[in-house]
Design a protein. Structure first.
Length: 235
């Protein structure tokens, strides 16, 4: 059970994140705020609206998963069992995100399954011989390129889907996210996806987020249904 002291410490940490207004100290764009993806892509497409350049085995697996999903068959969707969405699927979730920006760190909180990611500005990328063990949301290194926040995410495990209908990937997947304000209320995120095990070439897709004024996160409880509750007539 969390004590009152630990809860206070948690809120203090959030308060510290909010102390420095985004862009105030270092002339970077202000990304702080609540955002919602405008048109979530259940089936991830390239910026040209086409299918990614799959390798044959990956194309076959993706087609099988899509067919199973469309026919209503039970699939092994990791999100259905409360596992993390992974990247890039988490960026496509139709739930709000909260960006908290400081000069050397950008934290993104996600309403979906109450996940979070931390981007440390100018952290070096690890060398191939010192790559961390893969996990669901990987590890991210960030930098500013002009007015764009560029986040490189690597060391992703292969247990997640890249979209809602089953796009596969391997452990060599890297995701480069480029966050740019096109106006004070619009955040464009361009994604470059590279995975030599799954795709024949890197490819790009793009998401647009809209700023949400006065929107607060709701509770998002993920509970896999493991049992059937008794009916009202049972004793």
């Amino acid at each position: 059970m969390r004590t009152r002291a630990s809860l206070a410490a948690g809120w203090s940490a959030v308060a510290v994140l909010l102390e420095v207004p985004a862009g105030a100290a270092d002339n970077t764009p202000n990304l702080t705020g609540v955002w919602l993806v405008e048109k979530p892509q259940a089936e991830l497409k390239t910026t040209a609206g086409k299918a990614p350049p799959f390798k044959p085995d990956a194309a076959k697996l993706y087609a099988e998963r899509k067919q199973a999903k469309a026919s209503g068959k039970k699939t092994a969707d990791p999100v259905a069992t409360c596992l993390p969405h992974g990247v890039p699927r988490l960026l496509n979730a139709a739930q709000p995100i909260l960006i908290l920006q400081k000069p050397k760190q950008v934290t993104v909180l996600y309403q979906a399954n109450h996940q979070s990611r931390q981007f440390y500005i100018d952290d070096p990328m690890p060398t191939p011989d010192k790559m961390p063990d893969p996990n669901y949301d990987g590890y991210s290194a960030a930098k500013w390129e002009g007015n764009a926040l560029v986040v490189s995410t690597y060391a992703l495990n292969a247990l997640t889907w890249m979209d809602d209908v089953g796009m596969p990937h391997g452990e060599k997947l890297t995701v480069v996210e480029r966050y740019e304000l096109t106006d004070p209320s619009t955040l464009r995120v361009k994604l470059t996806l590279t995975d030599p095990e799954t795709f024949s070439a890197p490819w790009d897709t793009q998401l647009t987020y809209k700023r949400q004024q006065n929107l607060r996160f709701k509770e998002d409880v993920c509970a896999e249904k493991l049992w059937n509750p008794p009916s009202s007539s049972s004793h």
